[in-house]
Design a protein around this ligand. Structure first.
Ligand code: 2IT
Length: 446
């Protein structure tokens, strides 16, 4: 049924020939699902419908910089699919942001949110605004201006944005404040809120924690243990921080972090409270560099302009951005005996890299499964806001662990049913898609 995959991809490519990240995401899903098309060819029509977003908004964001000059950025919100719940997904502020990137993220978000077991549809948004080097006042003015456009499209029962790259608690705070001024409503319209005004405990750590819970399940499924494993992490943001923290608790050793300037190798492990807390301080400087870690902890080494994948490890954990691990990196990891690639960034591996892993007996699991812990705890934040309760950290963490186990189980069940052992691309996409497809069929031609 390669023809179904080819047809679906062709239709998408004909409509948006220049959207390379979006087409890469579509290709991974529709080709990964070939075993499903063989048994359920009638679902081609549902996937064709799903590939086209329900709604796309783009808007001008004008804001005043500290010199009194008007700056212009472009804002986006893609309301991709609402078959199983309100649109849910983050906002990314980064100079690379364009419609292709927001659509790829929104498309993947549909399947990810479906896997969480919670009733959330898929959406994504953001702007090409670059927070790097901006003053706090500039970030606030940008966020207020961004929300002045966005507020008319979102709401706690229709579309609930959150953070992503470049959008953390500070930005969510400024946007939430502006939403309140504009709507005169105090409601759970954003997740990732501050702890004193409706935010969920464990949300900042959730993607990293969830990723390690998923990695533990993958390793256990191969009859191995996570304790004692060596892990290469890329990135040094919230996701990498949460991953280092949980890895240390599970007695696995993270030996690298990275930034746009290069990577740090810490042979002893990034596992003490002091080192892990330092990651947050490094991020708070807003300089986007990791080199200072090696000055702070002199036993570690900084390698300028390099990626961490040249180090020997058991598990690779991309935690930064899309396409950060290519086929050469995968080959290097393989040569060094790495067995697991667990994607915590969205589409962290190039298509060639994932094909390399799959053809070289490495076990690769896609971001839609592994990094779903973040949006899952966002879903739990929505629940707490709705019932006007605040759960303890242990309670949220227990839900998160259960959800990550459940996602792994759904992957395994789909892989088993369709005879695709260890093909997590198939397992995650098939399980995520089938739930949404059923809802779309039941809701008729919409
Ligand atoms: O990619 C993601 O899943 C996120 N950035 C989190 C989205 C959310 O709504 O918490």
């Amino acid at each position: 049924m390669a023809e179904i995959a080819a047809r679906l991809l062709q239709t998408a490519a004909k409509r948006d020939p220049d959207q390379k990240e979006f087409l890469q995401a579509v290709k991974t899903v529709v080709e990964g699902l070939i075993p499903l098309w063989e048994q359920r060819p009638e679902l081609e029509e549902v996937m064709a419908r799903l590939i086209e977003p329900e709604r796309i908004f783009t808007f001008r964001v004008a804001w005043l910089d500290d010199h009194g000059k008007i700056q212009i950025n472009r804002g986006f919100r893609v309301q991709y699919n609402s078959a199983i719940g309100p649109y849910k997904g983050g906002l990314r502020f980064h100079p690379s942001v364009n419609l292709s990137i927001i659509k790829f993220l929104g498309f993947d978000q549909i399947f990810k949110n479906s896997l969480t077991t919670l009733p959330m549809g898929g959406g994504k948004g953001g702007s090409d605004f670059d927070p790097k080097g901006k003053s706090d006042a500039e970030v606030m003015r940008f966020c207020q201006s961004f929300m002045t456009e966005l507020f008319r499209y979102i709401g706690p029962n229709i579309d609930i944005p959150a953070g992503d790259i470049g959008v953390g608690a500070r930005e969510i705070g400024y946007m939430y404040g502006q939403y309140k001024r504009l709507t005169h409503a105090v409601e759970g319209v954003l997740t990732g809120k501050g702890q004193t005004w409706g935010g969920s405990l464990i949300r900042p750590e959730a993607t990293g924690f969830g990723g390690l819970y998923f990695a533990s399940e993958m390793v256990a499924y191969q009859k191995q243990e996570i304790a004692g494993k060596t892990i290469c992490v890329s990135g040094f943001g919230n996701v990498a921080w949460g991953a280092c923290l949980k890895a240390a608790q599970l007695k696995a050793k993270v030996i690298t972090i990275s930034g746009p300037d290069g990577y740090v190798y810490d042979e002893e492990g990034i596992n003490t409270p002091e080192k892990i807390a330092y990651l947050l301080r490094l991020r708070a400087t807003c300089q986007d560099i990791v080199a200072p870690y090696a000055e702070q902890f002199p036993k570690s080494q900084f390698f300028p302009g390099k990626k961490p994948w040249e180090r020997k490890c058991d598990i690779a954990l991309p935690c930064a951005t899309q396409n950060e691990l290519d086929a050469n990196d995968a080959a290097m990891l393989h040569a060094n005996g790495c067995k697991f690639v667990v994607e915590l960034s969205n589409m962290g591996c190039t298509h060639d890299a994932l094909e390399y892993c799959q053809s070289h007996d490495m076990i690769y699991a896609p971001g839609i499964a592994c990094n779903a812990g973040g949006v899952a705890v966002s879903g739990l934040e929505m629940t707490q806001n709705s019932i006007r309760l605040r759960w303890k950290a242990e309670e949220v963490d227990q839900h998160l662990q259960r959800i990550m186990k459940d996602i792994h189980k759904q992957c395994v069940e789909a892989m088993t049913q369709f005879h695709k052992p260890n093909d997590y691309v198939f397992g995650a996409n098939a399980a995520g898609f089938l739930k949404v497809a059923t809802a779309m069929i039941e809701q008729g031609c919409v």
